[in-house]
Design a protein around this ligand. Structure first.
Ligand code: NAP
Length: 310
């Protein structure tokens, strides 16, 4: 059993910022980073709205931003373990038990920043064709669809941002939305509507992903008219929201009905000594800037809590 003062679970912007603040507070934090640093941001192409990291010549990419954040946290003493937490026991209070695939730990205090993952449509054919035409990440897979036709499912900011990105590669990007107006913010909507390669199919839901080893189309229904048809496509990019990565925490900290960790304004969970920050506890803002703010707040409160215990 490895004994740690502070463990940070997750390495997105919230975790990396918590690591920076905890390291600068001389708490020697260990970040259990997952298999890759950066969480969802590492899969994002361009970050235009993180203050201070923008120039008219070049917008930073997600991987560039998180790599700078990691370098900064490591510079001040944060350590990184590339592993995933599979079990915890917080029931006896501190020290808290944490188990990964590779090791077992005890920690005096913990910050949970394991983020969120993309929701699936849960229709026939979807799981079968993941990696063979179905994708949840334009940045990762867009390149494979050069000169091809793709559909984007969803009407939010992610769907518009990723749809616009996919027009760099695809011949045609058809956005399918279940209503007749987008949820996305005005700026992204205007860019999407102005993009000649993008078109919109309203009031339409996907019933099935079809193919012959690779995706060849989707069966859809117009929910206003009831008309069912097949849309031919080479790729199905799904951006219909996220769910929090809290399965390994069930029964250990209080969560809302959607599985998001409940925190107070000091980023505390209901277990003293366990804090949470970023998308694992935030279904509302979900921005790099807000996650960074929550991560720093959590580390500041953790330091105060540890000091008060001594
Ligand atoms: P979101 O805002 O929750 O949008 C999800 C979209 O998918 C909605 O249009 C929703 O339809 C649709 N949808 C949900 N479940 C569906 C289902 N089962 N079948 C078909 N469609 C379904 O999610 P998001 O776009 O990932 O954005 C999440 C948060 O991150 C938001 O707060 C967003 O502002 C933020 N974000 C910001 C940026 C940026 O600022 N550049 C970029 C990405 C994300 P309805 O509209 O009918 O509910």
């Amino acid at each position: 059993m490895e004994k740690e003062r502070v463990i940070i679970v997750g390495s997105g912007p919230a975790g990396l910022t918590a690591a920076l603040y905890a390291a600068r507070a001389q708490l020697n934090p260990l970040v259990i980073a997952g298999l890759m640093v950066g969480g969802q941001v590492a899969l994002t192409h361009e970050i235009e709205n993180y203050p201070g990291f923008f120039s008219s010549e070049k917008t930073p990419t997600g991987p560039e931003l998180v790599s700078l954040m990691q370098e900064q946290a490591a510079h001040f003493g944060a350590r990184f373990e590339y592993d995933e937490v599979i079990e915890v026991d917080f029931s006896k209070g501190a020290p808290f038990y944490i188990k990964t695939y590779g090791k077992e730990y005890q920690a005096d205090a913990v910050i949970l920043t394991a983020g969120a993952s993309p929701k699936h449509m849960n229709v026939p054919g979807e799981e079968e064709y993941i990696g063979r035409g179905v994708s949840y990440c334009g940045t990762c897979d867009g390149f494979f669809f050069r000169g091809k036709d793709v559909v984007v499912i969803g009407g939010g900011d992610s769907a518009m941002e990723e749809g616009i990105f996919l027009t760099r590669f695809a011949n045609k990007v058809e956005v399918l939305h279940r209503r007749d107006e987008l949820r996305a913010g005005a700026a992204l909507q205007s860019r999407a509507f102005a993009n000649e390669k993008m078109s919109f199919v309203w009031n339409t839901v996907v019933d099935e992903v079809v193919g012959n080893g690779v995706v060849t189309g989707i069966n859809v229904t117009n929910i206003k008219t009831g008309e069912a048809r097949t849309i031919k496509t080479d790729g199905v990019f799904v951006f219909i929201g996220h769910y929090p990565n809290t399965k390994f925490l069930e029964g250990q900290v209080a969560m809302d009905e959607h599985g998001y960790i409940i925190t107070d304004e000091l980023m505390r969970t209901n277990v003293p000594g366990i804090f949470a920050a970023g998308e694992i506890q935030d279904p509302i803002y979900r921005q790099v800037a807000t996650s960074v703010g929550q991560g720093s707040a959590a580390a500041i409160q953790l330091e105060r809590w540890l000091s008060a215990q001594e």
